[in-house]
Design a protein around this ligand. Structure first.
Ligand code: AMX
Length: 474
């Protein structure tokens, strides 16, 4: 069976060819218009992202596969049923479904590379316990670039065609180390003094992560984490963390720095921190309303939140206009387990889902009154006893590393020059890198960026006066 590297060796030349053809045949093609410069670039077609496409109604597809498709075809861990990040990573990087053997081989490689360098352990152990776990993760990931293969090769002088192999090397090493790193942060902040087990070479990435967190005996939670982390791996290129990794990667910063930057974008409450906020909000609702809440009581609580000028966390989305299929997949996971279905916090999430869309429609502001993945993801962790909600975004972060980042690496190596009102692929370079989502941060893109040789991103900005002038001309 072919390894991940061998598979990529075969896949990348075809991608490069596809890009070259696009560049020569359609250099002047206009793919859209800029309608609203002050609207956060919503809908602006301005970047290449090969691994996934987000449809507003249907949700995400990874190389054409929907979430239910992935659940049917992507290999699980031995003894498990849920998708694992390794098989998702393989799909995102290569566009191909790996065999169980290929998935096992990748799991083994990650486990073999999973130990942290001593200086990183010391760095993490020196952080104050009160430093937010996401800050700790981002700082430690940046410091891992001490051993960057890309940076070392660049300093020596390497050919552009070699970028992607070093980028991939860095991505694999980074993903491999995330469980030990993220678990060490958890131990230091919440369970100081607890021993950290060694990495088990026979376990998959999340099997090891769960073990290191101290939940290895809880098969149900481990399976949930596998699904959660695989599903969070990639969500198109324009979301704040993926785009950050892509932008930073386009300067030829190595994957550690690109991913670290992305983690800090993920740390915001409108993005990755939302799962923490949802839990905080649902628990406050539970405390105020007590048990056996009625739909009317939840409606009143929703209005109280909205009237106080706050957003309803876990609802709304920059692109989606339907319930997030990742939310549905996590709901289905809960439906299949009686102890989860009857859990008070999951029941409250379900009851809120029954009434919140109508309240948000009546409120009339959000373009999407439906739940996103964060409406439930943290609440399930809470049910399992992983109650330290400041840590939740770290788990999200771990997911982006696995999958999304390699994509950033790959895409950074493809160049599209977007000027106002037109899309001009002239000058397509080739830096293609892949990215993970902290497990959801676009490492797959980082690989793609380096393989396709994409150029430094540098969109045009305009001052208020310049926009006024432009608009008045029309
Ligand atoms: N509750 C109340 N108001 C909301 C809302 C919500 N859940 N979602 C959007 N709105 C409001 C916006 O604040 C905006 O108000 P304004 O005109 O006064 O500024 C208006 O509706 C229009 O916003 P939009 O175009 O529908 O959304 P957006 O693309 O600007 O923002 C998002 C998207 C996710 C930031 C927003 O829906 C939100 O704040 N949701 C709650 C936080 C959340 O769940 N974030 C997680 C997103 C998924 C992720 O990245 N992990």
């Amino acid at each position: 069976t072919k390894s991940l590297r061998e598979t990529l060796q075969e896949v990348i030349p075809a991608k490069q060819e596809q890009l070259k053809k696009l560049k020569t045949e359609h250099a002047q093609a206009v793919v859209g218009e800029v309608e609203n410069i002050i609207g956060g670039m919503r809908g602006l077609k301005a970047m290449l992202w090969d691994a996934s496409v987000l449809d507003p109604l249907e949700g995400i597809r990874f190389h054409g596969l929907s979430i239910p498709d992935c659940q049917k075809v992507l290999p699980a861990a031995p003894g498990g049923k849920e998708i694992i990040p390794e098989s998702m990573l393989w799909l995102l990087l290569t566009g191909q479904v790996p065999t169980p053997e290929q998935t096992r081989e990748l799991s083994r490689e990650l486990a073999e590379k999973g130990e942290l360098p001593k200086f990183i352990e010391e760095l993490v152990d020196s952080f104050p316990q009160t430093l937010h776990p996401m800050t700790q993760l981002g700082m430690a990931v940046a410091a891992l670039n001490h051993d960057s293969s890309f940076q070392a090769a660049y300093e020596k002088g390497m050919k552009k065609s070699e970028y992607w192999t070093h980028t991939l090397e860095d991505c694999i090493n980074l993903i491999a180390r995330l469980p030990a790193l993220a678990a060490r942060i958890y131990r230091n902040v919440y369970k100081p003094g607890n021993p950290l087990p060694a990495i088990n070479k026979d376990l998959d990435l999340v099997g090891n992560y769960s073990n290191l967190l101290g939940y290895g005996d809880n098969h149900s939670l481990t399976e949930y984490l596998r699904l959660y982390i695989a599903l969070h791996g990639d969500h198109e290129g324009g979301n704040a963390s993926a785009h950050t990794a892509h932008l930073v990667g386009s300067t030829l910063s190595d994957p550690y720095l690109s991913y670290s930057a992305a983690l800090f974008a993920l740390a915001g409450p409108l993005h990755g921190l939302a799962n923490q906020e949802v839990l905080r909000w649902q628990l406050a609702m539970q405390k105020e309303l007590g048990d056996n809440v009625t739909p009317e009581q939840i409606k009143d609580y929703l209005w109280k939140t909205l009237k106080s000028g706050q957003v309803v966390p876990g609802y709304g989305h920059g692109v989606l206009r339907n319930p997030d299929p990742r939310f549905i997949a996590l709901q289905q996971f809960c439906d299949g387990k009686p102890e989860l279905k009857s859990s008070p916090i999951i029941e409250l999430v379900n009851k809120t889902f029954q009434v919140a869309p109508d309240v948000l429609k009546e409120h009339g502001k959000t373009k999407n009154p439906y739940p996103n993945v964060d409406a439930t993801s943290g609440c399930v962790l809470y049910h399992y006893g992983l109650t330290e909600f400041k840590y939740y975004t770290v788990i999200f972060g771990v997911s982006r590393g696995n999958v999304d980042y390699p994509d950033v690496i790959l895409s950074a190596h493809i160049y599209f020059d977007c000027s106002l009102g037109s899309f001009d692929p002239a000058g397509v370079g080739t830096r293609y890198v892949v990215a993970i989502d902290v497990f959801d941060i676009p490492l797959n893109d980082v690989v793609l960026i380096s393989a396709l040789g994409m150029p430094l991103e540098r969109p045009k900005s305009l001052s208020l006066d310049a926009i006024e002038k432009l608009v008045k001309k029309d």
